[in-house]
Design a protein. Sequence first.
Length: 202
Amino acid sequence: MSKNPLIQKSNLPHGAVPYDLVQVKDFLPAVKSILSDGKKELGKMVKSKKKADFENTILVIENIFNRLHSAQCTLSALASTEMNPETNKINEKISVLSTKFANELYFDPKIFKRVKVVHKNMAKLELDQQRLTEIYYEDFVEKGADLSKAKKARIKEIEERLVELKEKFKVNLQDATNDFIMVKTKEELAGLPDDALEKARE
């Protein structure tokens, strides 16, 4: 796993992803590793007896999502140019795993409690820190962090189902694009009924 270019620190300018070293098989292990490390970091955070602040709460969440977003964006870039059954399957698995992880994070009352503490005291923070804190606080609220367990469970079901449908739609759209046929001569239309040709002209 240490040799996975999606996890290793990049030596390229601005930490750019070394696309020439990345292979499709690297993505799923990388995301699983990021999510596993993220869960450990969050577990350590909620067990901490230190008062919640920007560095030990908001920044922890932000760094986890940044690592995950980087891997997802890289896969998306490659999938858009090299879409095939393998990348489609991996993309779907990663989307489902990421959604489940995000739901667990946003619906964890202990994590939300720490976010609320930082949000309540954010007047002491720098402006950029205040903005990031506000963004995450609003994300937690909008995603249902204050809802009952039953409603949270229902939202999880809906969001995970939506992810599955979204990935299937992307695959179907790409398949339709790949099946596109450019007709250049009238001879290629031979045998088609007149009404079909008329609709095509419209």
